[in-house]
Design a protein around this ligand. Structure first.
Ligand code: NDP
Length: 288
């Protein structure tokens, strides 16, 4: 059996299309244009690429994009002052500070300076807490994208055995919360987990967010399982995921490719969150 490919690129394109339609309607009916501010500190090449593609996607759906660049040596106070200005700016509905930050900055302090209602990355303590307690939250974009792909493929996730490999604040933990909120039975694995292959073989859903190229092996997968590969690893043979794609594809029921799976969903969900933030800020119904 060869797994079905979960086409995140196509799903994301359709989502961006729906967002563009909603943005046009907001402008026509209410004279509102959603605005997303992206802040980049330093010159990290990968971060620069992400910031550029986020800016391009923002404009393509008809939103206003604001880019702010600070030097790698900028003092933290300068970044906090910029965030304070963006928090107060009514043209800005979403604020994203590209991570990682330079070493001299306190990442948690910076992220938590973002107004929670503009925190479109969903990384503030308030939004993480809201997600964990089942309250209306801004949900981190990558796990939100994974959830959309899973729901689309499987319908209800209730009662499914889900294994999340990775416990980072930006992917693994919020992913586990989202799966739990959808009534899956969730296991979270990490570097100290024992018998990972064994845990994996029991899972109907595997979400790999490890940061190790081709880490998840074909003989770890339950036949027919749905495998979501979050990993982005640059290797000699180009971009590869955290899953040994060729081997896992022979066993799984469905799998996301890298590239073209989760990656495009992350940016589309950032736009979706910006639209949601704009609707909430203006007391309008939230988009589906
Ligand atoms: P982190 O490095 O923050 O977390 C990796 C997690 O994997 C940790 O919890 C770590 O465990 C766990 N881990 C490491 N080694 C093992 C092991 N041998 N067995 C089991 N678990 C292990 O990474 P991120 O969560 O930020 O990202 C994960 C991957 O997803 C990366 O490849 C990243 O590039 C990619 N990514 C992709 C995005 C997209 O848009 N597609 C967005 C964000 C990330 P421990 O906590 O014990 O150290």
């Amino acid at each position: 059996m060869t797994a079905e490919l979960i086409d995140g690129k196509a799903f994301a394109a359709a989502l961006r299309g729906r967002i563009a339609t909603a943005v046009a309607a907001l402008r026509a009916e209410h004279g509102i244009t959603p605005g997303l501010a992206v802040v980049l500190v330093g010159e990290d090449p990968a971060s620069s690429v992400y910031v550029r593609s986020k800016g391009k996607a923002t404009v393509e759906v008809g939103m206003e994009g604001f880019q702010h660049r600070l030097s790698a040596e900028a003092p933290q106070e300068e970044l906090l002052a910029l965030i304070a200005r963006l928090n107060d700016d009514p043209a800005v509905n979403g604020i994203l500070v590209q991570l990682p930050l330079p070493r001299h900055m306190d990442e948690a302090a910076v992220i938590n300076a973002i107004a929670p209602e503009k925190d479109v990355d969903g990384f503030t303590v308030l939004n993480a807490g809201r997600l964990a307690t089942g309250q209306k939250a801004m949900v981190p974009c990558t796990p939100l994208g994974c959830l959309m792909l899973l729901r689309d493929r499987l319908g209800s996730l209730a009662g499914k055995d889900a294994l999340v490999i990775g416990r980072s604040n930006i992917v693994g933990k919020p992913m586990a919360q989202l799966l739990l909120a959808d009534s899956a039975t969730v296991t979270v694995a990490h570097s100290r987990t024992r018998d990972l292959p064994d845990l994996c073989r029991r899972a109907d859903i595997v979400v790999a967010a490890v940061g190790r190229a081709r880490f998840v092996q074909g003989d770890w997968i339950k036949p027919g399982a749905t495998v979501i590969d979050v990993g982005i690893n640059r290797t000699g043979d180009g971009l590869v995921g955290d899953v040994d794609f060729d081997a896992v594809r022979e066993v799984a029921g469905a799998i996301t490719p890298v590239p073209g799976g989760v990656g495009p969903m992350t940016i589309a969900c950032l736009l979706a969150n910006t639209l949601t933030a704009t609707a909430r800020a203006n007391g309008l119904p939230e988009p589906e």
